[in-house]
Write a protein that binds this ligand. Structure first.
Ligand SMILES: *Cc1c(COP(=O)(O)O)cnc(C)c1O
Length: 508
């Protein structure tokens, strides 16, 4: 489409970034009457969760375990979402297959209250004395972040009991030989604030030995903040080799915990993602009008006609993510030993633990916001400012670099003249210039009207409650759990959800 607005900056084909919505989320989005009724009753913003979908994701991860003949647990990384419904629904899964990874005292208390017994809980992240005490008391596995934490835990257990605590050691700083036979330059994996660098692990082994009366090493762990599957295969192999060292020293770890980071594909179409990112570079170079509020470059800049910097963006379209990514990692040859990483685990009879957060809650929720105001951004541009009944803390996909369009849910029939695609900036309900729900121009199939809803899809991972706050005493979003029962959707408040089917009833 050519310039529709004569003199003004041109509006060409809309640069959509349309979300991927699988069933049952896709059919929930089609029930606009139900979603409008929910927001009418409970206010804007509103978070909607689908507990059955998280169970479906756990089953898909388990299928990958079966394909590779592996044992071990899927631990949900609780930090991705505060909800009770999701944690309770996972607690109802097979106890040997599904656990929960908690990263704070309150997450641990919450997991226990949702039905997880201590033996299904993994305590990760840096911990304080109270968190360590409760984890030890309830028989959780402590994923040790540092040698200091080991000393602290050993001291606590000596003073207070209750007996030996299962521990994993989290490692970091994995090395790899870039040349053949180790002759080339040595590359260090991405630096991390967490875990014990592999080169300091021998000291850690001595300490574990010394504290063997109060802690039992049951496994070795890592969590790498990268999408690079090769880097993860390298780390997995080095964990297996390190476990051989452990055995030589009389310790008997049995599990490799490879953390999370399996990723989510947010966008339906690769082409839209490629088109948008190409257009961003063109805009940064001045070859087309800005795609963003005040020319924000998402980390890219123009240096003498060349694009520099790296875009701080999540790879929103991913050909493989979640269970598929785990499958790929397990099939990849280990760089030194040459056999697939799954084969290495099998040969050693090691269990595999994973800690998916984002990917386990893929397609498990959406965030709804009411349109409060619509006004032209500036007269020439043909663009609009659309103010929502939510702020950037309530829906923080943007904060995490995830770019994806909301779905417009009209209230009633759209008016006739209203069917042209339009570019809008989505602004929040705070009296703050920076309160933008998106810093990019979002293309919608038509101009929203006051009273319409925007549905942000796939916000259960880190986006719906991770950054929520009470600035200006704006309302915090309520969260509801919904379930399909026959032809209609049933809902309850998140805190009232329990995975119980009525007597004689069939599971949803
Ligand atoms: C955050 C975190 C996870 C989950 O990561 P995702 O990218 O959400 O899968 C798992 N393990 C640890 C230790 C973490 O810090």
């Amino acid at each position: 489409m050519a310039d529709r607005h004569g003199e003004g900056p041109y509006v060409d084909t809309p640069l959509y970034l349309r979300p991927r919505a699988d069933p049952p989320l896709a059919s929930l989005l089609e029930d606009q009457t139900f979603l409008h009724a929910l927001v009418d009753a409970l206010g804007s913003p509103l978070n909607v969760l689908l507990p059955e979908a998280v169970a479906g994701n756990a089953a898909r991860f388990r299928a990958v375990y079966r394909r590779h003949h592996l044992a071990g647990r899927v631990y949900f990384a609780h930090k991705a979402n505060r909800s009770s419904a999701l944690v309770r629904r996972l607690a109802a899964e097979d106890v040997a297959a599904v656990g929960v990874d908690v990263a704070s005292l309150e997450e641990l208390r919450h997991a226990l209250s949702c039905g997880f017994t201590g033996s299904r809980i993994m305590a990760t992240g840096p911990k304080d004395a109270e968190f360590l005490w409760l984890a030890a008391r309830v028989g959780a596995t402590v994923n040790l972040d540092s040698p200091g934490e080991l000393e602290q835990l050993a001291g606590l257990v000596r003073r207070h009991g209750p007996g030996r605590v299962d521990v994993l050691v989290r490692l970091s700083g994995f090395e790899s030989a870039a040349g053949h036979g180790g002759a080339g330059t040595r590359m260090l994996s991405r630096r991390s604030r967490f875990g014990t660098p592999l080169r300091e692990a021998q000291t850690l082994l001595s300490a574990l030995h010394q504290h063997a009366d109060v802690v039992e090493l049951t496994g070795v762990a890592y969590h790498l903040d990268t999408t690079g599957v090769e880097e993860k295969a390298r780390a997995l192999e080095q964990c297996v080799l390190f476990m051989d060292d452990c055995r030589a020293r009389g310790l008997a770890p049995r599990a490799v915990d490879i953390g999370g980071g399996f990723g989510v594909g947010y966008l339906a179409e690769a082409g839209e993602w490629e088109r948008w990112t190409t257009a961003l570079s063109e805009a940064v170079l001045g070859g087309r009008p800005p795609l963003t509020w005040r020319g924000h470059g998402y980390g890219l800049r123009n240096e003498g006609g060349t694009v520099r910097g790296t875009a701080a963006l999540y790879p929103a379209h991913r050909p493989t993510a979640g269970p598929g990514y785990l499958d790929e990692l397990l099939s990849l040859p280990a760089p030194v030993l040459g056999r697939p990483t799954a084969t290495l685990l099998l040969e050693h009879l090691h269990d595999l633990h994973i800690e998916p957060g984002r990917s386990l809650v893929d397609q498990c929720g959406l965030s709804l916001a009411r349109v409060l105001d619509v006004r032209p951004a500036d007269p020439e541009s043909g663009q609009y400012l659309v103010r929502l009944g939510m702020n950037a803390g309530d829906m923080s996909l943007e904060e995490h670099g995830v770019l994806v369009d909301p779905v417009l849910l009209s209230r009633g029939e759209p008016e006739k003249g209203d069917r042209e695609p339009v570019g809008v900036f989505l602004t929040g309900n705070l009296c703050l210039e920076a309160d933008l729900i998106t810093r990019r121009l979002v293309h919608l199939p038509r101009l929203p009207r006051v009273g319409d809803l925007l549905a942000f899809v796939n916000t259960a991972g880190y986006a719906m409650d991770f950054h929520a706050h009470r600035a200006q005493r704006q309302p915090l979003a309520r969260t509801v759990a919904v379930e399909r029962r026959g032809e209609s959707w049933q809902w309850c408040l998140d805190e009232d959800y329990w995975p119980i089917t009525p007597p004689g009833g069939t599971p949803a």
